[in-house]
Ligand binder design. Structure first.
Ligand code: NFE
Length: 495
């Protein structure tokens, strides 16, 4: 038995360490360890509740929109505030643009380098000036220090990269192009959000930006360009990666329990619906079944709690505590959340044509529970949302309200449940005498990267790692590929 430690896991958001025990070149046990505590719940306590959407957006620069909307919804739920249709649509558009930016960044900047042979840069003969610049840099590095690769394609673990030169070069070109497209989607979010990454317009009661025809058309033009890239480049690139790495259509299978809170409110129902999918059976959500435990977390112990009564009391030296993440469970089950969960649940609701899409692409549904399955689900979801965004644009009404008025409220309790790019996100607020008495968040990566639960049951990523073959234990590339397929954000997960 050997111990493998990857610390830090790079090309992710936040501070994650993975420990595994390996036997015969295969992972037989795994520990997911979130490494940095910040304490947003403590920051929020005692403050004006209407500051929460501003403060909670600072949990993360990748998915701030989801935190902002979840926080607004928690306040609206606590104080019975209705929002106008224009606000609902603008929130969908800001969030949709953020989903696109997040998913593109995850594939190209964070994950694709796991599947590209960077040395191919030395044979580049094309006219892309940035790639030629990087090639020159790589040649210098090789002659002086004998090392490759070069920034920004770092760090790069040794392993089984493809020999297909066309793929390697094209993927590097797309890496650079995607930065431009990501910028477009950021600008789209800023058109209604005021600025990005942390928007200025999300408030309890709606969105403070009015609907202007030139802004709508500006958004539409950028959306067209983004859609073209997603359909013609991103989705085919994911397909090609899956062809080049067929073993990863089996590797990294997770817990087979999927959770979604539902997202993109279309006047009472969600475009991507909520649900709990367990062993192929879809159940409607019962939020009272959520508990967060801390048995193996660096927090003071106690029975697992519903987030409406949750507490966050750090205990850095706790015996047995190996992560700063808590351990959320739904009805006692560890759940995978994120694009794969959303698409499977949407397919079970018959609102996403998964079977047709998979047939078109040559996939079997059973292959989705894998590293490549998660990448494919993310790309399919991006295309699906981007298409729907045109309809949300069409439904905006100039001259009509975007925010509702409401009187001051001094007490209440509420929850805001939404999907962030990485999965199910919940904010729970308790207000007393005009101040926040308690605030708790359960965040997508907390579900996915959870440490063991009360009974020692492993979290979703820990489960997905077990059974993974590792060719070079000093590198751990295969484990890193499994981990990155979940798109970790440990800044969010610990908050
Ligand atoms: Ni920091 Fe986030 C998303 C949220 S994370 S990126 O998506 O909420 O797990």
């Amino acid at each position: 038995m050997t111990r493998m430690v990857i610390d830090p896991i790079t090309r992710i958001e936040g501070h994650l360490r993975i420990d595994t025990e390996n036997q015969g070149g295969e992972i037989v046990d795994a520990w997911s360890r979130g490494e940095m505590f910040r304490g947003f719940e403590a920051v929020l306590t005692g403050r004006d509740p209407f500051d929460a959407p501003v403060i909670t957006q600072r949990i993360c620069g990748v998915c701030p929109v989801s935190h902002g909307i979840a926080s607004c919804e928690a306040l609206e739920n606590a104080f019975a505030i209705e929002i106008p249709e224009n606000a609902r649509l603008q929130r969908n558009l800001i969030l949709g643009a953020n989903f696109i930016a997040s998913h593109l960044t995850h594939f190209y900047q964070l994950s694709a380098l796991d599947f590209i042979r960077i040395e191919s840069l030395l044979d580049y003969r094309g006219s892309n000036s940035t790639l030629n610049h990087l090639k020159g840099w790589a040649e210098q590095e090789i002659s002086s220090r004998k090392i490759l690769p070069v920034a920004p394609f770092l760090p790069h673990l040794e392993g089984d990269y493809p020999k297909d030169q066309k793929w390697n070069i094209q993927a590097l070109e797309h890496y650079l192009q995607s930065l431009e497209i990501r910028k477009e989607s950021h600008k789209m979010a800023a058109l209604f959000g005021g600025k990005m990454p942390h928007t200025a317009t999300l408030v309890a009661g709606g969105v403070t930006s009015s609907v202007q025809a030139d802004v709508v058309e500006n958004f539409r033009t950028r959306l067209l360009r983004v859609r073209q890239f997603v359909d013609d480049v991103y989705l085919p690139d994911v397909q090609r990666a899956a062809e080049l790495f067929p073993a990863y259509r089996r590797m990294g299978a997770g817990v087979k329990s999927y959770l979604s809170f539902g997202v993109f409110d279309e006047n009472g129902h969600d475009f991507l619906p909520s649900g709990f999918l367990n062993e192929g059976q879809l159940h409607s959500l019962d939020l009272s079944l959520i508990r967060e435990g801390t048995r193996y977390s660096r927090y003071r112990d106690g029975a697992p709690k519903h987030p409406s009564v949750g507490v966050t009391e750090p205990d850095p030296e706790k015996e047995g505590g190996y992560s700063w993440l808590k351990a959320p469970r739904y009805g006692g089950s560890a759940c995978e959340v994120g694009p794969l969960a959303r698409l499977l649940i949407a397919a079970h609701h018959n609102v996403f044509p998964l079977t047709q899409q998979l047939r078109r692409l040559g996939w079997k549904e059973a292959e989705l529970n894998s590293v490549m399955g998660r990448h494919l689900a993310r790309a399919l979801e991006t295309a699906w949302i981007a298409r729907r965004m045109e309809e949300w644009l069409d439904r905006l009404r100039g001259g009509e309200a975007t925010v509702s008025s409401y009187g001051p409220s001094l007490s209440g309790q509420g929850e805001g449940l939404i999907e962030a790019p990485r999965g199910a996100l919940g904010h729970w607020i308790h207000v007393e005498k005009g101040r926040i008495r308690r605030y708790q968040c359960i965040v997508p990566s907390t579900w996915n990267f959870s440490p063991a639960g009360e009974k020692g049951d492993k979290g979703p990523v820990e489960t997905a790692l077990i059974g993974t073959s590792v060719a070079r234990e000093s590198q751990g590339l295969e484990a890193a590929r499994v981990v990155r397929s979940f798109d970790p954000c440990i800044a969010c997960a610990i908050h």
